[in-house]
Design a protein around this ligand. Structure first.
Ligand code: G3I
Length: 394
């Protein structure tokens, strides 16, 4: 057994596992660690599972924020899932259905059915609606036909036309979207430079400026967001620096960007399985948030979840460690009053993208969201609730 100490306490580094997602010799040790990390209060009140506890959005609203979740068609066919969304959310975001690959599968052939049913659900339940995303600047996330498009001699003009038509059609169709991720993940995480796509090759980095200008024209009342996954980990240093450079440039060019979307897929440093930040990492995160807000941007936490399968403990204690980490992340980040919405990337573990994104570490079931796959509230939900209660009013 190997332990790593950090400012958040000490955590076990994954070693061997018995194949059932637990390691009996480690159980008591982990429980002790969790106890230590939570100030000795291991028997903290469990989150309620009935109708009695307050919805997360109710708690957020008191502080001038909104709480919400990603939703997809698949999830909305599940009545128990819908019940949780109604209970906890004041805002929802379409998980996939508003992405360019799905809304314009062939040139100038728009397909809005999937998104319409999500919008219908949000309207019927009085929920606000976010859209993600208009242009996802990664080759694998652009429509195939865009990647294969022959831009020919008038390449710049043609690319501009394609983007303009797409953004206008989508924004005009989804008029009630209150907040759009206009450009998603334009910065390369390793170099901090702009990612290269067929569109950026033709239009240059100013592709980003163009998208926001068109979006402002097409959706004058919506919040316009640049969304990316730079995190508070040391490994994200170059990514954060690249995003800051982009945000500075957008300000310099008076580009109409209202907010930075911080996706918030949080988790351990994968190389060593350690969940916890150093003093330096905390300091760097504050500096990043200072710089972003100092430029006048608001912040939206757009896709909160936690990758927990590197914590090789029994579910109960693992859930608590993960929840404490979420609480710590939110406490620090929500101390910035410029954070307006907190959005979870789903409500129930079994629907999480993390279930299928990559093989689970040592075959352990990931439990990244506020509710488990039997719809029971987990400590993560409690952590979000407590962080919202602790956050300053904005
Ligand atoms: O619906 C089809 C199904 O018919 C088909 O059989 C199956 C075979 O692969 O694919 C299904 O579609 C998948 C879709 O998720 C529905 O779950 C797509 O292949 C798959 O690429 C898609 O992945 C989504 C991914 O973005 C790419 O768009 C994830 O659900 C979604 O959670 C994820 O979300 C992203 C955010 O937009 C940006 N930030 C990172 C985040 C996680 O990757």
């Amino acid at each position: 057994m190997k332990f790593v100490a950090n400012t958040y306490g000490a955590f076990a580094v994954p070693e061997k596992n018995n194949g059932r997602g637990e390691n009996s010799s480690r159980r008591s040790v982990i429980a002790g660690i969790v106890c230590c990390a939570t100030g000795g209060k291991l028997s903290r009140a469990q989150p309620g599972t009935g109708e009695s506890f307050q919805g997360l959005d109710q708690l957020a609203r008191v502080k001038g924020m909104k709480f919400g979740s990603e939703i997809r068609g698949e999830e909305l066919r599940d009545q128990q899932y819908c019940r949780l969304v109604r209970k906890d959310c004041g805002i929802v975001v379409a998980g996939n259905e508003l992405k360019w690959q799905l809304t314009e599968p062939r040139p100038n052939v728009m397909s809005f059915e999937g998104g319409n049913s999500l919008l219908d659900f949000s309207d019927k339940n009085g929920l606000k609606f976010r859209g993600t995303n208009l242009v996802w600047n990664r080759p694998e996330n652009l429509p195939k036909w865009v990647n294969e498009f022959d831009f020919g001699r008038n390449s710049g003009r043609l690319a501009e036309k394609i983007i303009t038509r797409h953004i206008i059609s989508e924004c005009k169709h989804y008029k009630s979207v209150i907040s759009w991720d206009v450009v998603n993940e334009a910065i390369d995480q390793d170099s901090g430079a702009m990612r290269e796509t067929v569109l950026s090759k033709v239009l240059g980095d100013e592709l980003v400026e163009l998208c926001f200008q068109i979006a402002r024209h097409a959706a004058p009342d919506a919040e316009l967001v640049y969304n990316d996954y730079m995190s508070w980990n040391l490994s994200s240093t170059k990514h954060r620096a690249g995003v800051l450079r982009l945000l500075e440039r957008l300000r310099k060019h008076s580009t109409p960007v209202d907010a930075l979307g911080i996706q918030s897929h949080i988790g351990p440093r994968l190389a060593d399985g350690v969940l916890g930040n150093s003093v330096q990492e905390d300091r760097d995160w504050r500096r990043f948030l200072d710089d972003v807000t100092g430029m006048g941007y608001r912040i939206v936490l757009t896709e909160l979840d936690i990758r927990d399968d590197y914590l090789t403990a029994m579910f109960e204690s693992r859930d608590q460690v993960a929840a404490d980490y979420v609480k710590r992340y939110l406490d620090l980040t929500l101390s910035y009053k410029q954070v307006k919405h907190v959005i979870s990337w789903g409500m129930v573990d079994k629907y999480s993208w993390l279930k299928t994104a990559a093989p689970e570490h040592l075959g352990q079931a990931r439990r990244p969201l506020p509710y488990d796959s039997s719809y029971q509230a987990k400590p993560i939900r409690d952590a979000i609730a407590r962080a919202l209660v602790a956050a300053p009013v904005r």
